[in-house]
Design a protein around this ligand. Structure first.
Ligand code: C5P
Length: 396
């Protein structure tokens, strides 16, 4: 069934060994909130089955122009009218040649010709096929027709040869596709941000940390990149993969996070502190594992520096955004925190609902008052938050 709240994409798969990666790309696009309709050429069905893509997308997969199941017999028109873009991944040399010449001899090529939305393609082929002047002519034609070409990459190919022609990895494709839809409201802006928990060592193997997953921070990183910002992500330990285009700095402790922020803050226009920084660290960490004994063990904890407060108090601070996760009295505590740390914007959320979960709801506190971002997945919220930030007149 069509979900009218989601943006629709058509994912076209053509015949090439990289077709197996289309399943991964499909998953990533769905995770980003798109409803994806898959259409495959005959050749693609030799490399990956429509059943796999149907199972993953939750939609019937279109393979046949003459399928009697489409009520008006015009799947090529219907599908492209509902889509905000058609993505062809992998795009074979043969399919690229068809596109460049306006051929329409199967469902996918007919759909591309009949479309009224952007077309993005991810070429994948042997290096000689890619370097062939015919392919290069076709690519030049597609570029001048306004088609977005993603890749290819160079490296070891399925045939064992090495060179240009590998399809870009699904993670990078998903990022490029999402980027292509966002208005570049943050182009030229440099964003420094912190995300995830910190880990404060007790001894060689034990430490103090918290349950922050990093999901909100990483979603904000992705949303900022989509809007054209350059992002440096200082991240505590998480199980997440950072968006490809981010400059990621891995840290463990609050002290390391503080060092990394101090090194990069001068260059940034916006600082977003999403990390759940430990308030305390152990005064004396032990290099060796502390031996168990029957006697009680007392650890002395000393406060960590407040990274956000430090940045906000700089002589010429970037636009600072803080987060507050409270378990009660959110509005009161959040506004107190915003004023105490002298932040133009503070993002509040209820700790019990936010930590580790895939969705959340946010309340923005600034000089204009309170602004609600209702419950949604974290990437949707991150995009709304970044849009709000981009629209602030006070940005440097
Ligand atoms: O005061 P509290 O820890 O609740 O403030 C939360 C906000 O301050 C978050 O934006 C968090 O990333 C930031 N923070 C920080 N350094 C600390 C503690 C919190 O940057 N040591």
């Amino acid at each position: 069934m069509r979900d009218m709240n989601k943006q629709h994409l058509v994912l076209g798969i053509t015949g090439g060994i990289a077709a197996y990666k289309a399943a991964g790309l499909l998953r990533l696009l769905m995770k980003q909130g798109y409803a994806v309709q898959v259409a495959m050429t005959d050749a693609a069905c030799h490399f990956i089955t429509p059943t796999t893509l149907q199972g993953l997308s939750g939609q019937p997969v279109y393979t046949d122009q003459w399928d009697a199941g489409t009520p008006n017999g015009m799947a090529h028109i219907n599908l492209s009218r509902e889509a905000c873009a058609i993505v062809i991944a992998p795009a074979s040399a043969d399919f690229i040649a068809k596109l460049a010449n306006g051929l329409a001899d199967d469902l996918l090529s007919t759909m591309c010709l009949a479309r009224n939305c952007p077309l993005l393609i991810a070429p994948a082929m042997n290096k000689e096929m890619w370097n062939n002047p015919a392919t290069q002519r076709n690519i030049a034609q597609l570029l001048s027709d306004g088609v977005q070409i993603m890749g290819p990459d160079s490296g070891i190919q399925a045939c064992g040869e090495e060179g240009m022609g590998r399809m870009l990895e699904p993670e990078l494709l998903a990022q490029l596709i999402a980027d292509s839809f966002q208005p570049k409201l943050l182009a030229g802006k440099k964003i420094l941000m912190t995300a995830g928990p910190t880990y404060e060592a007790i001894d060689a193997v034990r430490g103090i940390t918290n349950r922050s997953s990093g999901k909100m921070g990483y979603a904000i990183c992705q949303a900022a990149l989509e809007m054209g910002a350059e992002v440096t992500l200082v991240s505590g330990p998480t199980a997440l993969r950072a968006p490809f285009a981010a400059e990621k700095i891995d840290v463990q402790s609050a002290a390391q996070m503080f060092d990394a922020v101090k090194r990069h803050v001068a260059a940034c226009d916006i600082f977003i502190a999403v990390a759940a920084v430990a308030d305390y660290r152990v005064a004396q960490t032990s290099v060796q594992k502390i031996k168990k004994s029957a006697a009680p063990l007392t650890l002395e904890l000393v406060p960590n520096p407040d990274i956000l407060a430090y940045v906000a108090a700089l002589a010429n601070p970037p636009y600072c955004v803080g987060f507050a996760a409270e378990s009660e009295n959110l509005a009161e505590y959040a506004e107190q925190k915003r004023l105490a740390k002298r932040l133009p914007l503070l993002v509040g959320n209820i700790a019990q609902q936010a930590i580790g979960s895939d969705d959340n709801e946010l309340i923005l506190f600034d000089d204009n008052g309170i602004h609600f971002l209702p419950r949604a997945d974290k990437l949707t919220l991150a995009r709304q938050l970044m849009l709000y930030i981009a629209q602030q007149g006070a940005l440097p």
